[in-house]
Design a protein around this ligand. Structure first.
Ligand code: DGL
Length: 272
């Protein structure tokens, strides 16, 4: 059996492109439809109710494109709105459980750090999942609200003093707690991986949830026999809810490839 439908991916904005990058690496033949809610980013500072409402609208948009599964490539949605998404008519993948699994397999001292948006950290989602897998784990979570604007501004270099000082201040509790493993619990953060690693030091293993979720999706597609084996496969189309200019210009940093005009389109979710 094969399945030519696309994989649906959504995020509050650009961050989910770090997940798309991993998906393309692991499944170059799969078509991908991406929705970035750039008109309403950030989600991470909003209320639970608003995040759930936005996530449901994003999922409805992807379903209107006939996708075969949906990935919430957003740490905030995965932390706050994953339960309601389980009622979707297609399989749903989120970032938290996969990140927790990877962190638990990586840690040697049982001390795991989590960084994410304020909504992600206050949900306690990673801690809950980690403790299910490793009840004696010590989890230290820190919210890093300035990381998303830094990335959206394109300030990501480990040689940029503003970046490294911001990272240093946010990571202090994680370093103080002696964590040997750190979950990058927001999809924007892998872009800051080098700066985070420089501050955290070589002894701290960084977990990019996009890698683990892409592996889980690849395994699911293979086991269920849903690979895309059609003609002209591996197409990637990107939709955004605000003007595409900054999305396109930052895509090369997050996705690792340039996006030309034909591949990014602005849509209005109210038109559905
Ligand atoms: N993509 C979001 C996340 O992974 C971060 C940006 C936002 O706050 O919406 O949590």
């Amino acid at each position: 059996m094969t399945d030519g439908r696309a994989i649906g991916v959504f995020d509050s904005g650009l961050g989910g492109l770090t997940v798309v990058r991993e998906l393309i690496k692991q499944m170059p033949n799969e078509d991908i439809v991406y929705f970035g809610d750039t008109g309403r980013v950030p989600y991470g500072t909003r209320s639970r109710e608003t995040i759930k409402k936005y996530a449901a609208e994003d999922e409805r948009f992807l379903l209107s494109h006939g996708v075969k599964l949906i990935i919430a490539a957003c740490g905030t949605v995965s932390s706050v709105a994953a339960d309601s998404a389980r009622a979707l008519p297609v399989p749903f993948f989120e970032m938290v459980t996969h990140a927790a699994l990877s962190a638990v397999s990586a840690t040697k001292n049982g001390k795991i750090g989590v960084i994410g948006t304020p909504a992600t950290v206050s949900s306690g989602s990673h801690k809950r999942e980690i403790l299910k897998l490793m009840p004696k784990a010590e989890v230290t979570a820190a919210s890093c609200p300035l990381f998303v604007p830094l990335v959206e501004e394109g300030w990501c270099s480990e040689d940029d003093i503003v970046v490294t000082e911001t990272v240093r201040r946010y990571l202090a509790p994680v370093i103080e707690a002696g964590c040997d493993t750190l979950i990058l619990g927001c999809t924007h953060y892998p872009v800051l991986e080098r700066a985070i690693s420089r501050v955290a030091g070589d002894g701290v293993r960084l977990i990019n949830p996009g890698v683990a979720v892409s592996k889980a999706v690849a395994d699911y597609i293979e086991t269920a026999g849903l690979q895309n084996s059609g003609e002209n496969k591996g197409k990637h189309k990107f939709y955004v809810s605000d003007k595409p200019d900054s999305f396109k210009s930052l895509a090369s940093v997050l996705l690792g490839e340039e996006l030309d005009d034909g591949r990014v389109e602005q849509v209005d979710l109210n038109d559905l």
